[in-house]
Write a protein that binds this ligand. Structure first.
Ligand code: ZN
Length: 70
């Protein structure tokens, strides 16, 4: 229950379908303005979620967010 205050917006973002769709719509490649793919990685050992956005056309990976669970 030690939740940092700055993680409030992400605390309920744990990978519901709605959230993933929302993330996809909100991420466009800055180079080609195309849709990017979002990958979610979870590091359960330290309660961290990392979101990575990747544009396959430009081969560009944007590291978007690291979330700390709890
Ligand atoms: Zn692109």
């Amino acid at each position: 229950m030690n939740r940092p205050k700055d993680s409030i917006e992400t605390q309920n973002s744990l990978l519901t379908t709605d959230q993933l769709l929302f993330i996809e719509r909100e991420n466009l490649c800055p180079l080609c303005n195309g849709e990017v793919k979002i990958r979610i990685r979870s590091y359960l050992e330290n309660f961290t979620i990392a979101e990575e956005a990747e544009c396959e056309k430009c081969n560009l990976v944007i590291r978007t967010k690291d979330h700390r669970m709890n």
